[in-house]
Design a binder for this molecule. Structure first.
Ligand SMILES: C[S@@+](CC[C@H](N)C(=O)[O-])C[C@H]1O[C@@H](n2cnc3c(N)ncnc32)[C@H](O)[C@@H]1O
Length: 346
């Protein structure tokens, strides 16, 4: 049975607990407000999504305010919302996910041609342009990498800490609705997509948009799997012959798989392998069937947290669990009796 809108918002309230107290308040408010539920229930199901409602409301000028004030402003813009919600999708572009990306890329020697499926404005295609400050859970001195902006801070197990930035020779994003960091309205939409009570994420987004304006990345329009062969062909054509021989094609998906149809999620890893790419995925634990299965097996062995949020995997093999935006990463533990370091380096 399909989950009703009220239950969806109650579930979102639990899921957003670590992300945004304000959005949790709005979720509970909507779940108990027949006026807003009626507005949502008149729309196609994907348009009722909590994060999408909050983003579109902010984009339309609904202020960050306690529920009663926020809901009145939402209802005052009911027509605009009913028009805008079905034509938008969740597009939050989180540069913090460059941390797990960097961790996985450290397992791949040599130059890289990077494709991201579901790239939004392409901010995660620039992991080599940002700065990083890593600290380990035992409080060891921090490790700094890169000198760009924003500086992405993360807590991760020592075995995961990368020791160099990747050598990316070519990059391209694919998205159903590409955004452009140079476009003021797209930047406004990306800001509206962030929870209002996370000013540090807004600052990080602004800094990453500035980096993307200085180093533009191409994000082409297309469906993730349908556009993959063309993106690979373009990478091969764009790379000089010498680089083609030595560069590794990496295809990444970050926080995107849940938006793909189930059949596409099932064949994503095979499609990337079939195109000759290494697959880096940083996705919600249940989003990719093969990764989910392997994660469950690791959890059964006591090597991974059964309730992890996001899972970082290379070619479907889990490396770590993480917080959704990549600021905390915990390595898969080695099998009993084996030392932990470099367990998954290839
Ligand atoms: C939540 S955003 C994540 C963006 C980026 N990967 C990040 O982590 O910051 C998901 C993106 O996937 C795109 N998307 C959803 N379904 C897609 C599909 N079938 N093919 C290509 N892009 C898709 C959306 O337009 C959106 O920009």
């Amino acid at each position: 049975m399909t989950e009703g809108t009220r239950d969806w918002y109650l579930r979102a309230a639990r899921e957003l607990a670590a992300t945004s107290p304000r959005q949790v308040e709005w979720c509970f408010g909507v779940a108990h407000d027949d006026r807003v539920l009626a507005l949502l229930d008149a729309l196609p199901r994907p348009a009722r999504q909590p994060s999408l409602l909050f983003a579109v409301a902010a984009y339309l000028g609904v202020p960050d305010a306690p529920y009663a004030v926020w809901a009145d402003a939402v209802l005052a813009r009911a027509e605009d919302l009913a028009r805008e919600l079905p034509r938008r999708r969740v597009q939050t572009n989180e540069p913090g996910r460059c941390v797990p990306l960097l961790v996985a890329l450290a397992h791949i020697p040599g130059p890289i041609a990077l494709v991201e499926l579901g790239a939004s404005a392409g901010l995660c295609l620039l992991p080599d342009r940002y700065g990083y400050r890593f600290r380990t859970p035992d409080g060891e001195a921090g490790v700094a990498l890169g000198d760009g902006s924003p500086v992405l801070e993360a807590r991760l197990d020592a075995v995961l800490v990368p020791d160099a930035l990747p050598d990316i020779r070519w990059r391209r994003g694919v998205d159903l609705a590409p955004l452009d960091a140079r476009d003021a309205d797209d930047a406004r939409w990306l800001e509206a997509s962030l929870p209002p009570d996370r000013p540090e994420r807004r600052e990080r987004l602004r800094a990453a948009l500035a980096a993307a304006r200085a180093h533009p990345v191409e994000v082409v329009a297309g469906d993730a799997l349908a556009a993959l062969p063309a993106a690979v062909a373009d990478a091969l054509a764009a790379l000089p012959a010498a680089a083609t021989a030595s560069a590794t094609l990496v295809v990444a998906t970050l926080g995107t798989a849940v938006y793909l149809p189930p059949a596409d999620r099932e064949r994503l890893l095979a499609a990337i392998a079939g195109a000759g790419g290494r697959a880096v995925t940083f996705e919600a634990r249940g989003a990719l069937p093969e990764v989910t299965e392997r994660w469950a097996a690791l959890a059964a062995e006591g090597r991974a947290d059964a309730a992890a949020g996001f899972v970082l995997a290379l070619d479907g093999v889990p490396l770590a669990s993480g917080s959704p935006h990549g600021d905390v990463l915990e390595a898969v533990r080695p099998p009993a009796g084996r030392p932990g370091t470099e367990a998954h380096r290839s």
